[in-house]
Structure formats: structure tokens, C-alpha cells
Design a protein around this ligand. Sequence first.
Ligand code: F6R
Length: 622
Amino acid sequence: MCGIVGYTGPSQAAPILLEGLAKLEYRGYDSAGLAVRDGSALAEVVKATGKLAHLADKTDQGRALPGTCGIGHTRWATHGDPSMVNAHPHVSGNCSGSGSGTVESDVVGVHNGIIENFAELKDKLLRHGYQFYSDTDTEVVVKLVDYYYNKYRIGPVDAINRMMVRVRGSYALALMFKDYPGEIYAARKDSPLIIGVADDAAYLASDVPAILKHTRSVYYIGNQQAARVCPGQVTFYDLNGDEIQLPQTEITWDAEAAEKGGYEHFMLKEIHEQPAAVRDTLKSLLKDGALSLADTGLTDETLQGLGQIEIVACGSAWHVGMAAQYVIEDLAGVPVRVELASEYRYRNAPVPKNTLMVVISQSGETADSLAALRVARERGLETLAVVNVIGSTIAREADHVLYTVAGPEIAVATTKAYSAQLIALDALAVRLAAVRGAISEEEVQRLTDELAAIPDKISRILEDKDRIQWFSSKIANAHDIFFIGRGLDYAISLEGSLKMKEISYIHSEAYAAGELKHGTISLIENNTLVVGVLTQPKLFEKTVSNMAECKARGAYLMGLTTHGNYAVEDSVDFTVYVPKTDEHFVPSLAVIPLQLLGYYTSVNRGLDVDKPRNLAKSVTVE
Ligand code: F6R
């Protein structure tokens, strides 16, 4: 959600900023803008609605904007509609129009996040003679910095610190001050922002891909910390204005990992990267061939003493939790509750002692998941984060971290991060069962071997993707699709349904198959597609019966099951098989055809697969 970039150094800034913004397109946006300075007191501000290409066209790919210091932004609208006037950057000076053109303003800034008390702050600023041209909370925060800067005649860092004390909400901010040419000031709370320094230049960005071409060493600014970014140099400050030292983190993945690498879409590339993502994640949890959670810092004593696990997450990560619930309860006998982070944070559910809270998040920045983590910590729970992005806020704030090793995920619809999370939770379940003596050593070994075989089985499914491509061309005009299953098959249905609707815009629902008769079956009409997930031996016949009930009302049926269950072909119109594995781990295989189904349906409908409308990759607002 929203992307921020900044550059100061010897080169022309605008082309570098545009290139950086292009790498952040995956985050989701509806308008974009740049502010560039050439050392004078003036800033050149250019904005455009729609695709980044419009901004690039307007500025001749950035070449038309002179200046070696600048900031850029892609906006995902929160306060105010997606329009020129609301697009960032925003300026502190009173001006008419959209705040663009050549402006002489003390402060110019871009922002990612939400300022919750912006209305109250706006009133205060209006009373002090400020005028507003946009509906954004960003214009308020830029003017608030300007207010402190001018009222107390203090430096940028002190003005930013006063602002940070006064605002409530989340922000990553990059600001330029008229009196400080060649410098960018940054501050953050709960929204991502990184800074990289290379030779005689410095870069700011919301995420690593935007600056990876220039440097692999990055700083993660902490909450309520500020930075002064100059060519080749960065200085960090705490809320008191005192200088602080921050560690540098080395990014280990290659720039190519964030490129399409010959695939038509990032999503297809990431679907194909799943064998590696699963293998690498599992490898990171194996020590001398045995599963180990030692690197997370979770001790065997903690695992043995657990009375309950609470899994909290959003979207697909929540679906991973839903699957893990069945596996952990079945293998380790520990009760599991799975909560939507957006609900959990506002509920006051009594929590038994010895509860471990597991937060699952690819980005490690999802606002609701982060808030839930903080609530859990306030309640005194031990917390484990299962996170993909190293150094992200959730990873830093949890007591323990289990990093999935999926590499950068660019497509908005998650695939490889989901699979990496799933294998991580399966490994956790097996280790938990082993430590608690819930299963024999032979069983632990057998399950570990089964997990190790998953990546090759995923590769085999991917080799057969043409069938799914063919089937998706038949269903591309569907109006409604239902995904049904019981137990773990229900958890897979949830993810299959989300993959379908978020990128194909076809309405779809996932139902626990036994629930159909309690209302949903009235929606089944002639040719409504019902996808039955039938991988769980004990539940197979029950779900087949539920599918037959749909068929009797005109539904068109697809069955998804494991090799060997060939009798299903008598009951359904189209069947997809995945290789056999232990029944607990089938979701890792069964989800692959459903990801492909969503992907090809979106392609067949001519949609923007990697950047579906209205969605953002990292949901950093509530
Ligand atoms: C769907 C999808 C989302 C994310 C959700 C949580 O394809 O990607 O539902 O799973 O927004 O994001 P993270 O895992 O970054 O917390």
C-alpha cells in the first residue's frame, strides 16, 4: 500500500525515482507523483493519476525534471479519492490547484500510512492560517511539520520529532526542506521504510526491490525514529533528537529474484518457485536431518508446557492458520484457535495460561496482524512470528521468529509465501508432536520424509498445468463458483476461492461442505461451477454426497483429489489429481491446481493478474 522512494546523490534524481516506483508497483496504487530539487529553494512537483506510465510520459521518463535530490510516491487512496489533487507529494505552502508545478514551500513530503487524528490537527492548523487544497491526511502532516519548524525556528529533525509526538496512527514519511537542499528527512512508525547508502548517493524506499539495483546494505528505521539522508551518508535520531546508531542488514537475495525472469506474470513465476520456496523453508528447519525450532529460540520446555496455540493472521495467511489448526490438533493434541487479526485486536477473549500466539505474515507489516501481536504481548503471551520479510516490524516485535524462505513475492495474490508458511506450520506441528511425545520416533521420521518429498511432488503438478489452463478457458465466463470441502479440504477451499475471486473478479465462496444444506445450496443453478476438494480419506464420501446434491440441482462439478481415487470420475464432470502424500500435508499439493485455476482464469479474462484492482500487496492500514 503506497510506495515511497527517495534519492540524493550526483545523478539526475527523477529517472532513478521512477525506476524505484516501478519496482513498488506491486504494492497497489491509483496515482503517482515526484518532487525534485536542483539545489535551489524551488521544488518541481509533478503528479499523475492512474498508471505510473502516465507520470513517466509527463516527465519524459524523468528526463524533463532537472535536479539531483527528490522523493516519489505511488498512492493507494485512503483519505480522499484517487485524483491529481490528492496524489502525493504534498506541500506545506498555501497554494491553489493541486499543489503541483514549481513550488516554493518550506516542506514537501510523501507519506505511507494513516494519521488517525488528522481532523483535529487540521482544525488546529486552520486556526493558525493554513489552507488546504487536498482531502489527505498527508497534507495535514506535512503542514504540521512546517508549523513546528517555523513556530519554534528549529531544525528539521526537531520539527519532525514534535510532529511524531503529536500524531496518532502510522506513517513512513520522506520530507524535503527548502533550506536544506540535497537532503531528505525521513521518519516512520508502523509503516515500512528502508534506507540504503552507496558510494556518494543515498536511497529511501518502502521495500528492498526499489533500491536493490544500487545497494544490498540497508538500514531499517525503527518506530518513532528519524533520519537525515545526505549524498553518501545517513544519520539516525531518536525521539529526543539524539543521534543513534542503527545496524546495517545485508540483503541476500538477487535482484533477478524480483524480476519476471521470462514468465508472463510474476504470479506464474512465483507459482513455479514454490518447490524451491518449500524446500528452502524446510531446509532452514532441519538440523542433521531432524526438524528443529532451535533457531526461533522456542525451547522444548515451552513447547512441552503449551496449553493452547492462538494463530492470528489475515487473508491467505489466515487460511494457512486454518489448515495448521487441523494438523497441530491431530498430530500434537494441542488445542488451536485461529483468529482473524482484524477481529482479534478488538476482542477481549480470555486466554488460558501457557498460550503461544503465532502471527503469520508474508510482509511482516500487515497493520491488523501487527496490532494483534501487540495486544498479545500486552496480555503477556509468548509470541512467535512466521514471517517472510527479514527485519520487518512483526519479525522485530515478536519474541520468536520463524523466517519462511520464499524470497521476494511481488504478485499481489500470494502463492509461494503461502506454500512456505504452510510447510513451516506443518514442520512446527511435527516438532511439537515429537517434543510432547504425541507420536513415535518412527512416525516423526516418516512425517519428516513426507515433508521432504513435497517439493518434487509440487514440480510434478506444475508439469501438468496445461489441463488446468484448458479447463479455465471453459469456465472463464462463470458468474459464481463454490469451493467446498471438509476438514483440511475446507481450509484448501478457502484459499482456492480467494485465489479465484481476487484476480479473476468472479464471485466465489468457500463452504464447509456440510454447511451447504443450511442455506447456500439455494444459490446453485444450472451450470454453477462447484469445485469439491476431496483429499481427506475419512471425509471423501461425505463430500462426494454433498457434490451429488449440487449436481442434482444443475451444478457443473470439478473434483480435486489424490491419485488412486479414480472412482470420483463417476460423480464429477472434470477431475484433477495430485500425488499422494500423508493426509496432513495434502494442502501443499492441492492448492497448486487451484492457484493455477485462478491464474489462468484471470489471464483468460484479460485482467491485470499481478495487480488486481483495489488490492495492495502489503496492507499497512487498518
Ligand atoms: C491474498 C493475499 C492476502 C494476504 C494478506 C496478509 O492472495 O495475499 O490475503 O495473505 O493480506 O498479508 P501478509 O501475509 O503480508 O500479512
